[in-house]
Write a protein that binds this ligand. Structure first.
Ligand SMILES: NC(=O)c1ccc[n+]([C@@H]2O[C@H](COP(=O)([O-])OP(=O)(O)OC[C@H]3O[C@@H](n4cnc5c(N)ncnc54)[C@H](O)[C@@H]3O)[C@@H](O)[C@H]2O)c1
Ligand SMILES: [Zn+2]
Length: 360
């Protein structure tokens, strides 16, 4: 896979997303060249740290950093107030100061928790994202959204806080379990439906058993698109909300499943639901609806939910995408074009029924 560098120009500063093979041992020198120094705490997960932790620590030490590390249990439940508190206490115990930094080594869960910790520890310390899942590489590590969950609502507590660098060594994707790879592909399909018909074509032609390093074009297309959108609308007030395609319905399904569904799997269900809702409104033609659902299913992703519209409705009412009493749904008009559609509470209930396949 070829290596590539994509700059992200955020209001709080610009940084680069570096993606490619063999990058992990360069982390320390990359960080040093950005002017980072002092102490560095590597925050990771219990699955990831045993595989990649030592390479990262060695690279940091060789670049002159004094290192510490902490690994949390794998899974969405780690994005909790409790784990956040533990991490804050750990950083305090280690006497980390504002001139020190954090490294998030892992998937979106590690990235979101570490990013939020970086945003709030002593009112903000510098941090670097080292994504090791396809989902984190194409989506969560870029753009500065950080958050933890409350029992009643996902990503309810968070901050916009940009990393100083995103460094993704695509070799790390080789150890990713199949189910996680497929979940990451849901976000790639999201990007394609959102704004990139060429990417959609590319995915349609891909062998469904593809190793992620056969996906260089897809990863690059997604990071470029995300960088562009974030530059235009860092704070999620306009265009960036389009990235929520499949996420309003998806988060509700994810939460209802008690996080038994992976985020990417829930997003796949959410995309299918958004497409059915759009078709119900006459926005999306039946052919495009079928093509999108077929693509999701080709990669083994779920497209149906076992939950009823009523079950999901109450969860949806807590969604952050509600403004002025209206829910702002992202609905596709065609493959590569989506729109934000404000719907009232009653319309939402009705559309949800269509999205769940409960009415024709
Ligand atoms: N901040 C954002 O903009 C944003 C965007 C999308 C998703 N997210 C968040 O990201 C999270 C999902 O992220 P995810 O899909 O990366 O899940 P994840 O972080 O839970 O990682 C998936 C699993 O793979 C394991 N793993 C990670 N890298 C591995 C590797 N290289 N080899 C072997 N195992 C590995 C992890 O231990 C975990 O069990 C959700 O909480 C979601 O809300 C955030
Ligand atoms: Zn997502």
């Amino acid at each position: 896979m070829k290596n590539f560098v994509i700059p992200v120009h955020a209001t709080s500063g610009s940084y680069e997303v570096k993606v490619g093979s063999g990058l992990l041992p360069t982390l320390g020198s990359e960080m040093k060249s950005l002017g980072l120094s002092g102490r560095c705490v590597v925050v990771s997960g219990e699955n990831v740290f045993p595989i990649y932790g030592q390479t990262v620590l060695k690279s940091l030490r060789e670049a002159g950093f004094r290192t510490d590390s902490v690994a949390f249990p794998a899974g969405e439940n780690t994005k909790s107030l409790e784990r956040y508190g533990e991490l804050m206490n750990f950083l305090t115990k280690k006497q980390l100061s504002r001139s020190d930094c954090l490294v998030a080594l892992g998937g979106g869960v590690t990235g979101d928790l570490t990013g939020f910790a970086a945003a709030t520890y002593q009112r903000g310390i510098r941090f670097v994202q080292v994504p090791t899942t396809l989902l984190a590489a194409v989506d969560s590590s870029v753009g500065g959204k950080t958050a933890i969950n409350l029992p009643a609502a996902k990503n309810q507590v968070g901050a916009f806080y940009q990393p100083r660098l995103v460094l993704c060594d695509t070799d790390t994707l080789k150890t990713l379990p199949e189910r996680e790879k497929r979940a990451g592909l849901a976000e790639v399909i999201k990007m394609a439906v959102l704004a990139d018909p060429d990417l959609f074509d590319l995915l349609q032609r891909l062998d469904p058993s593809i190793p992620p390093d056969a996906l260089p074009e897809a990863i690059e297309a997604c990071v470029r698109m995300k960088a562009e959108i974030v530059e235009e609308d860092e704070r999620d007030l306009g265009k960036r909300r389009l990235l929520n395609l499949g996420h309003s319905f998806g988060h509700a399904v994810e939460q209802k499943s008690g996080y038994a569904l992976l985020h990417g799997e829930a997003v796949a269900v959410g995309i299918a639901m958004a497409c059915r809702a759009a078709a119900h409104l006459g926005m999306l033609d039946e052919g495009s609806l079928a093509a999108i659902i077929e693509l999701l299913q080709r990669f083994g992703l779920p497209t149906e939910t076992e939950y009823s519209a009523e079950d999901l409705f109450s969860i949806l009412l807590l969604d952050k995408k509600i403004a002025d009493g209206k829910m702002h749904l992202v609905l596709p008009k065609s493959i590569g074009w989506c729109e934000i559609v404000p719907v009232s509470r009653d319309e939402l209930r009705h559309l949800l029924a269509a999205a769940c396949g409960e009415e024709a």
